[in-house]
Unconditional design. Structure first.
Length: 295
């Protein structure tokens, strides 16, 4: 006999309780606390007391030039990094899936950046982007391109961050796409081979449709991750988000308000605005995926 539904539900909750407690304490409570703090003009986070309840913090943040700049930088970063990294990762996964020697070694090498600390990788990219002895400028010099001040010129600070962001996000995407490709039934490719179908047509008519749910999944988490970019900025620029704040993202802006300017209510308001932006665009992407992905 099956156990009553309430007993199985209670048993499941009992097993999940350690994880649920951690989520409640470190995710749900801070989230609601941030929303609550954001409505106070002045708030003491140690005494849990505040004054001046209202929407002043939201008005201040939305009219702050640094927030507008951070929003612009984050938007450009997201629009470029997400599609470019997804396309590169997908084609790399297809290449790795081909019958080639040492494929397992390549899989390991591509996955290494995912388990390496981003701050450490950022320090390595500082040397790559260095205007004096950086390898990137040396390579560009071979093609007659003059030295570029990647980390010191306001015109190139955001492009440098974008390049770093694309590279740092490839590892996880490649491994996920590779697993998805290897899970596709080989009979589809055998039938395409019998029909003498070109590789490009095989990719667009078999691989892409079969991977579409995974592509949308990677797109959503990449989009959310790009909007929350912070470690990459610190890795490249430290405590200064590029010359004239040209590489500042929204999360860095929130961090700077909280710790730099000592304005917890305004930082909380900015974080709530970011949460709403992520929520809206994630909802749009989910609706789009339901319309386009056919199971």
């Amino acid at each position: 006999m099956f156990e009553p539904r309430w007993k199985t539900t209670l048993k499941a909750l009992l097993y999940l309780s350690p994880a649920l407690i951690v989520i409640a304490v470190f995710v749900i409570y801070p989230m609601f606390r941030s929303v609550w703090i954001s409505f106070f003009k002045d708030y003491n986070i140690f005494k849990h007391t505040g004054s001046g309840f209202g929407l002043d913090n939201y008005k201040w943040v939305l009219n702050d030039g640094r927030f507008i700049l951070a929003l612009k930088n984050t938007t450009i970063y997201t629009i470029v990094v997400v599609p470019v990294s997804v396309v590169i990762a997908l084609f790399t996964a297809v290449l790795l899936n081909s019958k080639m020697k040492g494929m397992k070694l390549f899989e390991t090498l591509y996955f290494l950046p995912y388990i390496t600390n981003l701050i450490a990788i950022g320090l390595a990219f500082k040397f790559i982007f260095n205007s004096t002895y950086g390898i990137l400028n040396r390579i560009l010099g071979l093609f007659g391109i003059d030295t570029i001040m990647w980390l010191n010129d306001p015109k190139y600070s955001l492009p440098a961050l974008i390049i770093f962001g694309i590279w740092s996000g490839l590892a996880f995407k490649i491994v996920v796409f590779l697993a998805g490709i290897q899970g596709i039934n080989k009979q589809y490719y055998q039938a395409a081979k019998i029909d003498n179908t070109s590789r490009w047509r095989t990719f667009t008519k078999i691989t892409m449709p079969m991977l579409s749910p995974m592509i949308f999944y990677i797109g959503i988490i990449s989009f959310i991750g790009a909007l929350k970019t912070y470690v990459e900025v610190v890795g490249l620029y430290g405590n200064n988000p590029g010359p004239a704040d040209t590489a500042m993202t929204i999360v860095y802006y929130v961090y700077d308000l909280f710790y730099g300017a000592n304005e917890p209510p305004r930082a909380a308001a900015a974080s709530v605005i970011l949460f709403l932006i992520i929520l809206v665009f994630t909802f749009i992407q989910l609706r789009a995926s339901k319309k386009r992905v056919q199971y």
